[in-house]
Design a protein around this ligand. Sequence first.
Ligand code: QVW
Ligand code: ZN
Length: 334
Amino acid sequence: MTTNKKECETKKFRKYNIQLEQIQRIHYQDPKVNELIKNNQPVLITNSSLVKSACEKWNTDFFEKYLGKINHTVYLSNDHNFKYFDEKKVLSETNPKGVEFTPKTRRLDMEMSEFIKKVKEWKSGDERLYLQHTLNATMGNAIVADYVKFDWRFAGEIRQKNNWGELTSNVLFISMEGNVTPCHYDEQQNLFAQIQGYKRCILFPPNQFECLYPHPVYHPHDRQSMVDFDKPDYSKYPKFKDVKGCETVIGPGDVLYIPIYWWHHVESSMEGGPTITVNFWYKGSPTTIEYPLKDYQKVSIMRNVEKMLLEVLQDPKEVGPLLRKMVDGRYTNP
Ligand code: QVW
Ligand code: ZN
């Protein structure tokens, strides 16, 4: 069920000029898996049965048959990038505190059959589609039956051993060939389970913060990198030249552990048809203040400082200048 390294290397992915090591591929029964997870280090877990019940069956024909008439959340984009944005942070009549922002993607509700038809008929130049829908009981019996057969014991043991919080959601992703989710981080632990097709995942640790230039927290693209990986503007983002990460290719049966606050860029292979993934998002373990602080905790602190300043200053434009006044000359000189 799990793919081998050779298979992965033959898939077609985009070229980026980034220093990357390989993420380790480790058998699910090897104790090294949990060693890595415990230390918030990524690992590609092979041969597990986490989503085996789905790997054997879930493909576009199956979804068309069992979910054809049900509405799903689909994103549309004019290019291959699907950069997430938070609608609650966009300026509008009902949200005068929001930020002026022109989205590059749009969200639609679409019947599964319509989505699949559009994907099958897609030709170069058309808008790309990416279905992203939270799995729930309304999905119908066929899906639910396979869902309950996921290896919940396996996921539960990882959760328990590492003191993670509750499972918050399982999102189903059906992607067209070549779609990209640009570099961002999430505030949750993620077991990212591949069902159909191949995805290349590039990860960066939280300490690469300065090299990846996240948007400010109030911005709709909060948690996303401002750097366009296709065409990095090194004059604006010079430290992106120094960024160091790791990568892997995941195929059916593989589960990638994406640690909380780790940056990730995810792309579907440019050949081989649509890809299908289900993620398992868990709350992190309750915060314990133990020194030295972990890198991701420092990112969390920075987020809180940004949020507090915004709250008292009331105007996003004042946050940067105040931080600069505080730091320049006093904390910037050796
Ligand atoms: C992908 C991801 C996913 C990446 C998409 C989230 C919108 C995550 O599961 O499969 O394209 O980033 O955290
Ligand atoms: Zn993510």
